[in-house]
Design a binder for this molecule. Sequence first.
Ligand code: C5P
Length: 292
Amino acid sequence: MLISENAHAKINLTLDILGKRPDGYHELRTVYQSLALCDTLRFLPSPDGSITLGCDVPGIPLSDDNLAIRAARMLGSHYGVTKGVHIELVKRIPMAAGLAGGSSDAAAALRGLVRFWQLPHEKDVLNALAARLGSDVPFCLAGGTAIGTGRGEQVTALPSCPHFYVVLSNPGFAVSTAEVYQAYRVKENKMHPDTDGLVRAIINTDQKGIMGRLANVLESATFMLYPAVSKLKERMAGEGASLMCGSGPTVFALFKNQQQAGRLVDSLQAEGAAAWLTETYAGDDKGVNTDV
Ligand code: C5P
């Protein structure tokens, strides 16, 4: 039996910063949403008891710099596992793009290895390890639609967001999350997303209300550092409701209509931009993706 896990990308429908914390992190209030776009991790026995990673895409760190490897080591040492594992990663989510690809790989490694090493499914342990790995990792463990508070690591599930087609486009360079947060000026920010209104719109399956409330306060910092991201957002705003993903540089646009979304992808690609068509993902395949 081959054990595999999908690691879904995420977007933030709203991202608000409430202040700077004594530990240097920023206090967040954000609505996370999973996307169908995903990486896949396959878990294979390791003949010598080591923990190793292979990937179909060059340029991905395969050592301890990779969050999936760090997740495996942390989980293994927590439970005293001696068996090892070889993880094969099929990479589809662009890297350092604001889509939580690395965080989601780490979360999928935790979920998959609980099954592969036949460990007890202790939610609190997994959440605590996930929070140590990164602020987005606890959300990626559960997926779906949720509110994130604290550093983003305190996750409360919401009812599923109504379905949207999602166009992603990326200006083709990586952005450092730490650099964007550093450039962000808490005191200068007067704009706060209507997070409560967005949550109401999700509960009421009000697609127009959701599209009208997309907001991310980190846009000001990323746009200042990388004006190309601001241009990309303007280009996409002409077609659907658009917003920067996380700390950037990917921008997403929401559509009710698949043809309209497809046309935007085609025209972005014709202009030479990287663009993907995906959709919102409610989190249904959690834990049942075991291939025989
Ligand atoms: O938690 P994670 O490792 O993903 O965060 C990457 C960087 O982003 C942190 O080192 C920090 O500089 C910044 N960050 C922040 N406040 C948050 C989340 C991340 O300042 N809530």
